[in-house]
Write a protein that binds this ligand. Structure first.
Ligand code: PTJ
Length: 257
């Protein structure tokens, strides 16, 4: 760790997370642009109040149900995700029966190997996306993320793509796949285009998704379908924006400033 963060610092958790991202960049896990993405996420988390509102719990439930109902779910991993919640994302993959696939925007072999080590260290058994023999290209995407695993994203009917750029979300949707995402910015192109958007910090979201997956593991397909019908992605995304806007109103009131 590059900075010794005092335990009594009022921003302790946030500073520790920031240090993890910086350290992850030095270890070639996180892309340089991952630091910029993290800062953008932090700003939205501030507006959210750095805790999980009830609408986000509903979004997470919908995401878990969608993954549980999928025939071939895949969880796409990038550098930020690998550093922020490695154990939780591996647990989630086991609970919803989804294989992990490393898929990078700023793709290098060094980064792929570093991320593979992190995931294996967190307990992952099988990891797609790193074997050149099983790679293929999605023509709808022009950048590095077009390279996917023929056993994984290429085949899947549902892809969980946390902290994603908008292009791939739209391309995956065009290919008929369901896309689940976590993005603190409810107005990002990914949040707007995904089949299920979670407006929450990935650190809280994935831990809460693991708990939902445990709660739902013995439910039948019919029971899951009934719960799914009661949750509406578009309405929940609207709730996210309304929540943020009313929190800003409240923070701007006389009693707070
Ligand atoms: O590891 P790579 O090479 O695949 O690159 C990963 C990044 C994140 C750099 C790449 O996907 C990228 O450039 O993403 P964007 O377009 O910056 O989008 C990242 C989104 O994630 C932004 O909308 C942020 O608000 C959001 N975000 C950042 N940190 C968090 C977050 N959302 C949830 N939790 C976070 N901790």
């Amino acid at each position: 760790m590059t900075l010794e963060v005092p335990k009594d610092h009022p921003r302790y958790e946030s500073l520790i997370t920031r240090e993890k991202i910086i350290e992850g960049m030095h270890q070639k896990i996180v892309a340089e642009a991952g630091l910029i993405a993290h800062g953008r996420g932090e700003a939205f988390d501030y507006i959210l109040g750095e805790s999980t509102p009830s609408f986000a719990l509903h979004q997470e439930k919908l995401a878990v149900i969608t993954l549980l109902l999928a025939d071939h779910p895949i969880i796409s991993i990038n550098g930020n995700v690998a550093v922020l919640c490695p154990q939780e994302i591996v647990q989630l993959s086991q609970k919803v029966n989804a294989t992990l696939e490393i898929n990078l925007f700023y793709r290098t072999q060094e980064r792929e190997e570093a991320i593979e080590r992190v995931l294996k260290g967190a307990g992952a058994q099988e990891i797609y996306g790193i074997d050149p023999k099983t790679q293929e290209s999605i023509p709808e995407i022009s950048h590095q993320r077009r390279i996917v695993d023929s056993r994984g994203i290429a085949l899947s009917d549902c892809v969980f793509v946390p902290l994603e750029d908008g292009d791939r979300t739209m391309a995956l949707k065009k290919l008929g796949k369901q896309v689940v995402t976590v993005d603190l910015n409810p107005l990002s192109r990914t949040s707007l285009a995904a089949s299920v958007s979670i407006t929450n910090n990935i650190i809280r979201a994935v831990a809460e998704m693991v708990a939902f997956a445990e709660e739902f593991e013995n439910l039948s397909i019919q029971e899951l379908e009934i719960m799914k019908k009661q949750l509406n992605n578009k309405k929940l995304l609207q709730e996210a924006l309304k929540f943020m806007s009313s929190r800003l109103e409240e923070l701007a009131s006389e009693k707070n400033i």
